[in-house]
Structures are given as structure tokens and as C-alpha cells.
Design a protein around this ligand. Structure first.
Ligand code: HEC
Length: 122
């Protein structure tokens, strides 16, 4: 331990960047109020598909939901990258999607994704 202070700084920087990468699910739950008009956090479909289990599920596959052709054709599994891209600019990530709500702040997207992840995976 020749440089205890710099070691502590490196460790705390690592902890901060991990938190940013994984998001804060509690804050994501609060932010989900922006989504809740159209999405339930259960498997119930509303204007949008139910989002329980969405993390890890291929796009466009919630049972009994009528997706756009674009979403069905996209078909990639929802993970951190695909969700982040979609929530950044839905119509850019999936031209023709019927979802138009974007989340402009990266940390908000990470928090929402952490919350979606906490809803389970298939
Ligand atoms: C105005 C209604 C509306 C709002 C608000 C909305 N969505 Fe959506 N969302 C939809 C619709 C409709 C679809 C289906 C899109 C399609 O079929 O192209 C969808 C699809 C999705 C999907 C893909 C689901 C799947 O089963 O493949 C995700 C993920 C998603 N929305 C997340 C969110 C999040 C997170 C928010 C809040 C930041 C949000 N949505 C806000 C209407 C909405």
C-alpha cells in the first residue's frame, strides 16, 4: 500500500462508473411514469405492450399485442444496447415503429433500463 489515496480514488471512480453503466432501478421506477400511460409493468397490454419480462425478450413478441410491422421485423432481443438505442430515438432505431417517446438523457435511459431489467426476464 504505497499509494493508499490514489488506490481509493481509483476504486471510487470504478464504483461510480459501474453505477452509471447499470443504472438506478429505483429512479427508473419513478421515471417509468413517463411510460405508464401506455405501458404496464406487468404482462398486461395497454396502448403499448406489457413490459414485464421485456428485458431479454425478442422485440415484438409480447403475446396478443398488435405490433407495427417494423417492430416485428426488427426482432432483436432487448438488452442494454438495443433498449438504449431504441429509447434514444425510437424512429431512428426502428423506422416505422408506432412508439414515438424518446428519453434524451443517457442516465435516465440507464435507470429506466435497470428498472425494466428488475421486472424479470423470460
Ligand atoms: C404514447 C404511448 C407510449 C408511451 C408513452 C411509451 N410507449 Fe413504449 N411502446 C408503445 C407502443 C405502441 C409500442 C409498440 C411499438 C411498435 O409496435 O412499433 C411500444 C413498444 C415499446 C417497447 C418494445 C416492447 C416489445 O415488446 O418489443 C419498449 C421496450 C418500450 N415501448 C419502452 C417504453 C418506455 C421505457 C417508455 C417510457 C420512457 C415508453 N415505452 C413510452 C407506446 C408507448
Amino acid at each position: 500500500m504505497r499509494h493508499p489515496l490514489s488506490l481509493a480514488l481509483i476504486l471510487s471512480a470504478a464504483i461510480v462508473s459501474t453505477a452509471a453503466a447499470h443504472g438506478n432501478a429505483d429512479h427508473g421506477k419513478t421515471l417509468f411514469s413517463r411510460c405508464a400511460a401506455c405501458h404496464a409493468a406487468t404482462d398486461q397490454n395497454k396502448v403499448g405492450p406489457g413490459l414485464a419480462g421485456v428485458f431479454g425478450r425478442p422485440a415484438g413478441t409480447a403475446p396478443n399485442f398488435r405490433y407495427s410491422k417494423a417492430m416485428i421485423a426488427y426482432a432483436k432481443p432487448w438488452d442494454e444496447q438495443t433498449l438504449d438505442g431504441f429509447l434514444t430515438a425510437p424512429a431512428k432505431a426502428i423506422p416505422g415503429t408506432s412508439m414515438t417517446i424518446a428519453v434524451s438523457k443517457a442516465s435516465d435511459r440507464a435507470d429506466i433500463i435497470a428498472y425494466l431489467k428488475s421486472l424479470g426476464s423470460p
